[in-house]
Design a protein around this ligand. Structure first.
Ligand SMILES: CC(C)(COP(=O)(O)OP(=O)(O)OC[C@H]1O[C@@H](n2cnc3c(N)ncnc32)[C@H](O)[C@@H]1OP(=O)(O)O)[C@@H](O)C(=O)NCCC(=O)NCCS
Length: 166
């Protein structure tokens, strides 16, 4: 889908009743997808779930599932619908997630990504994440190393709103 043909996606906190089916559907396209129960457990407010989505109309176009651990944000899952990629949505969602976390006192964020996932690595590196370690053979199906990234607020300006593309 061309950028011009896509309605703008609005970013909001994930509402389970409204958004979970869309997130499960997007997850199902990835290797080792999270199930509905795993996602529900991850977003549980009592476990400090930090989950945001982008919506175009009723459709979930992107999602980020994370968890606040003391003053850290651990991002567990992040994805953009294939039809909405390469239009700046991933960057906009990531910035929003970081900004909301910083607003509640988070000073560091971390995530893992497949070594071969160039698109995601560039996205994260562009947002100030720094390659900090490797878990050899961490991922199954297909087996691959996980690269561990961290982003420390002391190294960066706070995350800012990114203007939507014209
Ligand atoms: C990775 C992903 C989230 C990027 O989302 P997106 O909305 O397409 O990303 P954006 O358009 O905001 O791009 C932001 C930056 O990411 C990088 N990027 C995104 N897609 C890229 C690609 N296909 N190739 C290389 N770099 C890419 C670029 O640096 C880009 O900046 P630029 O447009 O100025 O070059 C998306 O490709 C996706 O959902 N992939 C499958 C799921 C996944 O890999 N999730 C991460 C698991 S840890």
């Amino acid at each position: 889908m061309s950028t011009a043909g896509r309605a703008a996606s609005a970013i909001a906190r994930l509402q389970p009743d409204r958004d979970l089916d869309g997130v499960v559907a997007l997850e199902a396209a990835f290797s080792s997808p999270w199930t509905r129960d795993m996602l529900l457990a991850a977003i549980d407010p009592s476990r400090r779930g930090h989950a945001y989505i982008a919506r175009s109309g009723q459709a979930v176009t992107a999602y980020c599932i994370g968890q606040l651990v003391v003053d850290e944000l651990h991002i567990h899952s992040f994805g953009v619908h294939p039809g909405w990629r390469r239009g700046g949505l991933g960057r906009r969602l990531l910035n929003a997630v970081l900004r909301e976390a910083e607003a509640v006192g988070v000073t560091s964020a971390t995530l893992e990504v497949r070594r071969s996932n160039t698109a995601a690595r560039r996205l994260y590196e562009g947002a100030g994440f720094i390659l900090s370690g490797v878990r050899s053979g961490y991922y199954p199906d297909p087996p691959e190393d996980a690269l561990i990234y961290w982003r420390h607020q002391t190294d960066h300006q706070p995350a800012t709103t990114v203007s939507p593309r014209p």
